[in-house]
Design a protein around this ligand. Sequence first.
Ligand SMILES: *[C@@H]1O[C@H](CO)[C@@H](O)[C@H](O)[C@H]1NC(C)=O
Ligand SMILES: *[C@@H]1O[C@H](CO)[C@@H](O)[C@H](O)[C@H]1NC(C)=O
Ligand SMILES: *[C@@H]1O[C@H](CO)[C@@H](O)[C@H](O)[C@H]1NC(C)=O
Length: 398
Amino acid sequence: MKVVVFLLAVFGARVIIADDDPPQYADRECGTDLNNLWIDVVAVVDNSIGMTNDGLTSVAANLASVFSSGTRIGTNPKEPRTTRLGLVTYNAGATLNADLNKFQSLDDIYDNVFNDLSRVSSSDESNLEAGLALAENLLATQSTGTSRDHYKKVVVVYASAYNGDSPVPISWRLRSSGVVIITVAFVQLGDDTLLWQLANIASPGYNFTNVDDEGNLIGKIQEAFLETNCFCPNHWIQYQYNISDTTSYKYGICIEAIGMSAVWRAAKMSCANRWKNSYLATEFNQQKHDFIVDSIKTSITGFSQPYTYHIGLNMVKGKWVWDQPSGLAPLELQDWTNWVDGYPMSSSTQTAVLNMQINETVLTQWQNTDALKTSANYFCETAACDTDNYCTSAVNDN
Ligand SMILES: *[C@@H]1O[C@H](CO)[C@@H](O)[C@H](O)[C@H]1NC(C)=O
Ligand SMILES: *[C@@H]1O[C@H](CO)[C@@H](O)[C@H](O)[C@H]1NC(C)=O
Ligand SMILES: *[C@@H]1O[C@H](CO)[C@@H](O)[C@H](O)[C@H]1NC(C)=O
């Protein structure tokens, strides 16, 4: 019985990852392949007395375990999907134990990290500000502005306490420049101060502790790495479950609003030329439709009421289909539809679909129009950069 279940599981996984799958009528999810992780990580580890030697060795073990055996560590001229790890320790001040180029394999990590994190320092000061400043400097000199400029940058802080200058300003500066901060609090009994201090520093949802995570701290850090690795090129917005909640589920889909009008056929061409495999946006369900409308309301210029914008729905050989990446067959429209009452109108020329604002409650619905006559703004869509989809850059280099 076990064998059968196992085979089914393997078969299921193959079906999901095979390249020649028929396209799914669902929005793409972020890649989850740790072997193909491509990020730059700096671990910032407290080695003040409060951490204790046992605590520090536990950090070393946790840190080493986060990297899966298949993750390519270091750099590789043939395969860009690699992950680098730098190591900073801090007490009264900060020390650079490993810059981002030192570890070139998982063995290098094992050979060094346990040694670097074997004994606490003689200081009881825990100056996280100094640790973060050194991490910031490392990323600024060895990642930003280099051939890995577009790799997402992650700082993982392991702390038992902190004092000294406030690390909050520098953490905000790092986060506003796109660096993701993960914190792991080594909690002392009855002391919650550290927890809320670190929650202030961590990126939303990435404040963890060594005790509260049901033994799955490694899984949570890996998940944070994968989520971080899933990102959109500049000017594209990542589709997520709730646009007003930055911690809500993110899809492996990027949307770009074009606030300059064009007819549908030109909009389709324009979308195809914006990024690798981009196309006019799909609305498979209400949730995606709402996200697109909400994105206009929250963050986009060039749109004014009443809103009208092209999406990828169009009529091909008598069927309503969604535009797809070049080389893929269009996808036929399925269950969820959003037509204005009385639409689609039967017509040989009204073959393209526009979202049209119906009333002041900012409700948009579909109506079919002429693909060569009606001009409107439009939304393009593409796959996010992630472990399954390496991007050579974060700017439009197509
Ligand atoms: C993370 O921070 C939030 C508040 O920002 C808090 O509600 C949550 O309990 C924290 N998680 C942990 C594990 O400390
Ligand atoms: C989306 O997030 C906002 C802010 O957190 C919240 O107020 C709202 O209720 C959420 N909407 C849904 C549908 O969950
Ligand atoms: C807006 O239009 C929708 C769909 O036609 C309708 O159900 C709703 O009542 C309208 N709202 C207002 C305020 O007119």
